[in-house]
Design a protein around this ligand. Structure first.
Ligand code: URA
Length: 212
């Protein structure tokens, strides 16, 4: 049984100062949009999750506004809409409900231009390590994009050159956890046709084989 009042292990502090550029950007957004979350976005989900989904970083007007990963933007609509088609999520008045799933980001703060820098990805990794290590039932991680792919491998354990990112590619990591890669469901990738709804659904559906 999960105590929902406690933050999940690996939740960054609201005033995290590890990345000066991101902390400055957060402060700018706090001044501009007082009603927005404007803090590191904590992971969402189930401490008994079998499936973790790792995104890039909160969208400025999405997760950075709502305080929940993949809530409030087009990427989230595509992610949760597809999960719903697969019977893995349902919409509630309080947001998306996805039992057995854990949803997080490689970087917890919104980066300018949606592009975290290398040092910022490294700074945030210890949070992801802690988050995933605290999921005793974890069987599969979906990495949305190459940054998430690298972050997940480094967090779970595995040598990067052994595992090349590719849409729909499945990797078995040394711990036994399966890593499924997908192109990120960003508006850019869907608008350009790099990622179609069918491709995304197929990648997410492939996780079901590893659920048992
Ligand atoms: N929203 C998130 O929380 N993460 C992403 O990677 C994109 C949108």
């Amino acid at each position: 049984m999960t105590d929902e009042s406690l933050p999940h292990p690996g939740t960054p502090p609201a005033d995290c100062a590890l990345c000066p550029r991101l902390a400055t950007y957060r402060a700018e957004q706090q001044a501009r949009h007082a009603g927005w979350w404007n803090a590191p976005v904590p992971p969402l989900g189930d401490a008994n999750a079998w499936l973790a989904i790792v995104g890039l970083a909160p969208g400025l007007k999405g997760a950075n506004r709502t305080g929940k990963p993949f809530h409030g933007d087009e990427a989230g609509k595509m992610l949760f809409g597809t999960l719903a088609e697969l019977g893995l999520a349902s919409e509630t008045p309080a947001g998306w409900d996805a039992p057995g799933l854990f949803i997080t980001n490689a970087v917890a703060c919104a980066p300018p231009g949606n592009l975290p820098e290398t040092a910022e990805k490294q700074n945030c990794r210890s949070f992801l390590v802690e988050q995933l290590a605290a999921l005793p039932q974890l069987k599969v991680v979906v990495a949305l994009g190459e940054t998430a792919h690298q972050a997940a491998i480094k967090a779970i354990g595995g040598k990067l050159p052994k595992y090349r990112f590719g849409h729909g590619v499945t990797h078995k990591l040394p711990s036994g956890v399966m890593l499924v890669d997908s192109y990120h469901c960003s508006r850019l990738n869907t608008n350009t046709g790099l990622l179609t709804p069918e491709m995304f659904k197929a990648a997410l559906e492939s996780t079901l084989a590893f659920r048992a």
